[in-house]
Design a protein around this ligand. Structure first.
Ligand SMILES: Nc1ncnc2c1ncn2[C@@H]1O[C@H](COP(=O)(O)OP(=O)(O)OP(=O)(O)O)[C@@H](O)[C@H]1O
Ligand SMILES: [Mg+2]
Length: 273
């Protein structure tokens, strides 16, 4: 046994690498020369005022938009130019800022649709119970129940997605994303519209997601949540990164405070208008 303790910090591997990414919409520069990395096991928050380019960054990472310039890599594979389902197949899965549950399908069916994204059978084959899917069906159903229990909405399994209270619809979206077995989960304002108790509960869920070795990139306006769950915070303003660092340093950063003037970067004052 060595007498000298090993105090060296573990070397974190970058999994997601964003290199010189720009997104232009005509003359509007939504994202300009963006560079940052997310490391294995981290929770990183991407914050910034409304219109800063956060959702655009998610769209470009997950293949919903092509960047005007730059390159994105995940675990060494270039994502740029891939379609959303190809990006998801590599383990990079996102939720949407606007609620995207299937209103007229049950909660359980919403999860089955998510599960099929990495299964061999289509969601509709699964829902219709065609012969070739029956063997797989039992396993998928068990997994769907497990995911619903994990996010805490198992008792809602047979209700329609659209009939859930708003906070639980947001949990369902996370459940659908988890069904795709992400290794990197991108959450776009998951607690917007949630009350403080629901937000606290979501923060505990995030800790359990992290305990499953899922790396998280979070876009969120709720600063209590951002400061409570993040290892690192990246701040965007007008499409440019203006600060990056641990939450405590970001809260004190004068440029960040200036960017948020009138929005409030501390406490709970940064809720959306
Ligand atoms: N498809 C599009 N076509 C044209 N302009 C767009 C498009 N998508 C986003 N924009 C513009 O790009 C800028 C960045 O938008 P984005 O949605 O990324 O901001 P955001 O940081 O997610 O804001 P919020 O906090 O309000 O969600 C905004 O000026 C927006 O109007
Ligand atoms: Mg957005």
């Amino acid at each position: 046994m060595s007498a000298i303790p090993n105090t060296a910090a573990p070397v974190l591997e970058p999994v997601l690498e964003i290199e010189h990414v720009a997104v232009h919409f005509g003359g509007l520069v939504a994202v300009a020369d963006m560079n940052f990395a997310v490391h294995e096991g981290e929770v990183v928050s991407l914050i910034g005022p409304n219109g800063a380019g956060k959702t655009t960054a998610f769209n470009v990472i997950t293949g919903f938009l092509r960047p005007t310039k730059g390159r994105i890599r995940y675990r060494g594979t270039v994502l740029t130019g891939l379609r959303p389902h190809e990006v998801a197949d590599l383990g990079v899965v996102r939720t949407f800022q606007k609620t995207s549950v299937f209103d007229t399908n049950t909660v359980f069916e919403n999860i089955l649709i998510g599960l099929h994204r990495r299964g061999r059978c289509t969601a509709w084959e699964t829902l219709l119970g065609l012969p070739r899917v029956r063997a797989e069906e039992k396993r998928l159903r068990e997994e769907a129940v497990e995911i619903l229990e994990f996010v805490g909405i198992a008792r809602r399994a047979s209700e329609l997605g659209g009939a859930l209270p708003y906070g639980e619809q947001r949990l369902l979206e996370v459940a659908v994303a988890l069904a795709a077995r992400p290794s990197l989960l991108l959450l776009d304002e998951p607690v917007s519209g949630m009350n403080p108790a629901e937000t606290s509960s979501f923060m505990r869920l995030l800790a359990r997601i992290r305990a499953r070795n899922i790396t998280v990139l979070l876009v969120e306006h709720d600063m209590r949540m951002v400061m409570g769950v993040s290892d690192r915070v990246v701040v965007l303003n007008h499409g440019k990164i203006i600060a990056e660092g641990p939450p405590a340093a970001i809260q004190q950063n004068p440029e960040v405070i200036r960017a948020y003037l009138g929005h409030g970067v501390r406490g709970e004052g940064a809720k959306r208008a």
